[in-house]
Design a protein around this ligand. Sequence first.
Ligand SMILES: NC(=O)c1ccc[n+]([C@@H]2O[C@H](COP(=O)([O-])OP(=O)(O)OC[C@H]3O[C@@H](n4cnc5c(N)ncnc54)[C@H](O)[C@@H]3O)[C@@H](O)[C@H]2O)c1
Length: 364
Amino acid sequence: MTINIGIVGAGNISARYMQGLQNFPELSVKYIADVDHDRAAALATEFSVTASGGTGALLADEGIDVVINLTPPNLHASTVIQALEAGKSVYVEKPLATNREDALLMLKAERENPGILGSAPDTFLGSAGQTARHAMDAGLIGTPIGASAFVRSSRAETWHPNPGFLFEQGGGPVMDMGPYYIAALVNCLGPIRRVSAEARIGSPTRTVTAPDRTVDEVPVSVNTHASAVFSFESGAIGTILMSFDVWDTTLPRIEIYGTEGTLSLNDPNTFDGDVRLKRREHSEWQVLEPVTPLFGAVGTSEQHRRGLGVNDLAGALSGHPHRANSAFAFHVLDAMLAIDESAAAGQPIVLESRAERPAPLFPS
Ligand SMILES: NC(=O)c1ccc[n+]([C@@H]2O[C@H](COP(=O)([O-])OP(=O)(O)OC[C@H]3O[C@@H](n4cnc5c(N)ncnc54)[C@H](O)[C@@H]3O)[C@@H](O)[C@H]2O)c1
């Protein structure tokens, strides 16, 4: 069955969707919309999409089944609700929203309209996320006891010409990179029950050194260094460090510790990559064979392509499990927001949301 798609937001990441969607012939992009019609038209021309223009025309087109929403995070709620109310299913980039109230309105709109809502991050659907999940489900590390996750992308001002948005509310290491790490943890360990955290601003301004900079300095109004403890419903304990203030480190990105061994995960901002296992009887780390096909192998030009989550949503429309679904994305957002809230309140935050581990993609 062909699924007709409209894209809203023809910015930075949109070409990576257009490239990635070419892996799925039944997903056909028919319309590209942007407030900047010229930008929409340029992307349409580049990828031979026949129609482009404004969001209103896209939503009025009854032939469009699914909207991919690639607008900035603070516009996700309004644009997603508009599309759901127009009868479309929607896949939205991460984070689902920038606050809980907006996200709850999005979930309400999904419940009250015929379409379904999916959201990035979808990287846990890649071969590495699935291989890690398989290792957990197969008991390769025994009973999980703890995990560590370490976000360490601290150099935006050295390459981004105008990185101010990363240092304002809605940015910061937790909201910008946290979704990938938390989604990977929930995929492997299940839902988070409680979050305890400390967080702070590293320095009040950042000096921009990018060679093509349009600003010399940006103010910092979001916490740039956060240290959290996640208590998972399963009893596992996560040690979480998310920082834009770590200039170098030898810490790994994600590890999961079990009674029988340790699992070391890939960069969760990629679909593929090495997942390594060291059991108590091993003298060396073993790289696990991927359990599902590669989507964009690390080190290739396809590494940053997007589209697995859209394919997941399309599958859900024909009765398959919806993995990168709105409840999962909301739980990830809930945990991210709880980091700042716990730090501000000086006490743990018990999460009200809950999400099941998404169904695995590998055969059982
Ligand atoms: N750029 C990346 O590397 C990257 C990576 C992962 C996720 N994301 C996510 O993808 C989304 C988009 O990011 P981006 O970097 O492409 O942003 P961007 O600012 O480059 O592009 C956003 C586009 O949306 C358009 N737009 C704004 N308001 C609109 C509206 N009301 N209706 C229609 N179009 C509108 C803008 O004109 C712009 O072209 C964000 O949620 C971001 O978190 C981006």
